[in-house]
Write a protein that binds this ligand. Structure first.
Ligand code: ATP
Ligand code: MG
Length: 337
């Protein structure tokens, strides 16, 4: 028998249901989460409220939310061992975000690189929600008093804010929150865009040939990898002045377990084409079984909704408990029942 859930440390982490998962989401995040399910009490959120921070279509958001849950399961998250839930199904995320927002320094939010990058892309119509997003993310984590948060490297700055806000709440009122530890893997922590290897691979990239989706057709995967930007020269080696080749090496190494030295040796003197073919083959071999499982899961939407219902029930219990504590400490008058 394993350790009871109540004695395990808690992790909370999430994806935005903005579109299908890409290879960065898988290697930097979800694949690692699947390996943590026996050692932690896991809360895996589908953070639909975050997905509203950029322009979107309601029907797409609804569909993406259910599909995100199916992708979690297809990638190895197991609803029997973990709690998979939708953020908007649980009361407490936005309430705690308000309380933390009252403590969050404006200057720190203005320095968030993701806000700067995304607002540049969206332009004048950028909503205040995108600015406030890291506070909501801090609330997502602190609502479960998570011990740790496994994320990709792009989330490091947001996690620092969550720790700062936890500390600030504890100092302002009294000891309440644990300071969540970031768990950032070494391999695959930051997969870069195929057409612009200086920026991270992202669902919201305008140039969709930069992003390798887990559930896209094989031929499209092959085409994207073969046309990925590489660097001058023809040598297969990882270095700062070869961001394109380094990114493909990192993908191949994460997928096959081969070291950079092994990969460099294998393709030495052969040029880029066979190397890229090997990367494409490795990606396809990885996604094939995930795609088959996903198709199966999408055939039974009732079962998916039941997973989300059960996940939200467990999450809500935790959330109410924490929220009551936070309200009391922050001086909000208890409602007489
Ligand atoms: P968006 O562009 O809409 O923000 P995204 O591609 O950043 O989408 P998220 O849903 O925000 O995806 O992130 C889900 C998880 O995937 C997070 O843990 C994040 O750290 C990780 N992640 C996102 N992009 C990458 C990447 N390029 N490399 C490694 N991990 C990543
Ligand atoms: Mg993101």
């Amino acid at each position: 028998m394993g350790t009871p859930a109540s004695e395990k440390p808690t992790i909370l982490t999430a994806c935005q249901p903005t579109s299908h998962f890409h290879l960065g989401n898988y290697l930097g995040a979800v694949r690692r989460w699947a390996d943590m399910q026996d050692d932690y009490e896991c809360f895996f959120g589908v953070v639909d409220l975050h997905a509203m921070t950029a322009p979107y279509t309601p029907a797409d958001l609804r569909r993406n939310t259910l599909e995100c849950a199916a992708q979690y399961i297809a990638c190895g998250l197991d609803p029997k061992r973990s709690n998979i839930f939708v953020q908007s199904h649980v009361t407490g995320h936005t309430e705690l975000a308000w309380i933390l927002g009252c403590l969050a320094p404006l200057g720190q939010l203005e320095r968030m690189t993701q806000f700067k990058d995304k607002s540049k892309r969206i332009g004048q119509s950028v909503g205040a929600g995108l600015f406030f997003y890291p506070v909501l993310q801090a609330a997502d984590i602190l609502l479960y008093n998570a011990d740790a948060v496994p994320v990709g490297e792009d989330q490091k700055q947001h996690l620092e804010l969550a720790r700062d806000l936890a500390q600030k709440f504890n100092n302002t009122y009294s000891e309440t929150f644990k300071l969540p530890e970031p768990l950032i893997g070494k391999k695959g922590a930051r997969i870069m865009a195929l057409q612009d290897p200086e920026s991270k691979m992202s669902k919201s990239d305008k140039n969709q040939s930069s992003t390798l989706y887990l559930f896209e057709p094989k031929e499209s995967i092959r085409k994207k990898v073969m046309s990925a930007v590489t660097d001058s020269g023809s040598e297969i080696s990882a270095s700062d002045d070869k961001p394109g080749v380094s990114n493909l090496m990192s993908i191949l190494s994460s997928l096959t377990g081969h070291s950079y030295e092994e990969i460099a040796g294998q393709f030495s003197g052969k040029g880029y084409a066979p190397f890229k073919e090997a990367v494409a083959e490795a990606v396809i071999a990885t996604v094939e079984p995930l795609q088959a499982r996903y198709q199966e899961l999408m055939k039974d939407k009732d079962a998916l909704n039941t997973v989300l219902k059960e996940g939200a029930e467990v999450a809500q219990k935790r959330a109410y408990k924490m929220l009551a504590k936070v309200y009391r400490k922050a001086g909000l008058l208890e409602r007489v029942r």
